[in-house]
Design a protein around this ligand. Structure first.
Ligand SMILES: [Zn+2]
Length: 248
């Protein structure tokens, strides 16, 4: 059968065979066996690498998928040009691996991931801001979209003022001035607008905008906490990125 998918994990087994995890449009996340994929005369070496998006010709015997051939659609080559971009792209792959389950389809999340790899490879904005935009949009698709248009407790419509807006991780949204919560975060109107933009804009314009360093910093601050709260996974690549950024 022919399926379109993104290689989100690869690992060598035995003499040079490979297992890859494919994040596919048609059947979600699957494990696929690629025989002799480490041998270069075999075309599968390059086409089963991490970040390859392609059309995979696979067969299924018993419970094992095997790849016969691949037609590469995009390899996102320039992701590998610098270690920081590569690390952020690897984080996106680890995120997908952790938050998805086999047997479920994630069409929108796959599209988002492809747009994100494209944005990282083109370096149109900083990889750090790309990561956090990706997370917020991904959380929407995973069922954790924050409520930003009305108070998440009393449902009163949001009214813009000059004051900062209270935001609750636990409740998953903004809180009006009348409702009580113990540990709110405070977000600016600009961050509030930015979050709404990220949740609603078409994917093709998701990474095409300009923001000040201050708004970017505040946005990253709240999204980092929001993601940790809802995903609860200790990402190895995130630790690596943190160490790397401390050195740069
Ligand atoms: Zn309220």
């Amino acid at each position: 059968m022919l399926i379109k998918g993104l290689v989100i994990k690869e690992y060598v087994v035995g003499e040079g065979d490979k297992y890859i995890t494919l994040f596919t449009k048609e059947i979600g996340k699957i494990q696929v066996y690629a025989t002799r994929a480490k041998q270069h005369q075999n075309g599968l070496s390059a086409s089963t690498q991490l970040f390859v998006y392609g059309q995979f010709n696979i067969s299924k015997t018993k419970n094992t998928y095997r790849v016969a051939s691949v037609e590469i659609i995009e390899m996102f080559h320039s992701i590998r040009e610098d270690i920081l971009t590569l690390s952020y792209a690897s984080y996106i792959m680890e995120f997908l691996l952790e938050v998805t389950r086999e047997g479920e389809k994630y069409h929108e999340l796959l599209n988002l991931s492809l747009h994100t790899l494209w944005a990282l490879s083109k370096k149109i904005i900083s990889p750090k801001i790309i990561k956090h935009i990706f997370e917020l949009r991904a959380l929407k698709y995973l069922g954790f979209m924050p409520e930003l248009t009305k108070c998440v407790i009393c449902y009163a419509d949001f009214c813009e003022t000059n004051e900062k807006i209270r935001f609750s991780l636990e409740e998953g949204g903004i809180i009006c001035g009348k409702c009580q919560i113990t540990t709110p975060y405070y977000i600016t109107n600009s961050v509030h607008y930015m979050m709404q933009y990220v949740l609603a804009t078409p994917l093709k314009s998701l990474y095409c905008f300009e923001i000040s360093n201050k708004v970017a910093k505040d946005f990253i601050y709240i999204i980092r906490r929001y993601t940790v709260y809802y995903v609860e996974t200790d990402f190895k690549t995130a630790h690596f990125i943190q160490k790397l950024e401390e050195m740069l």
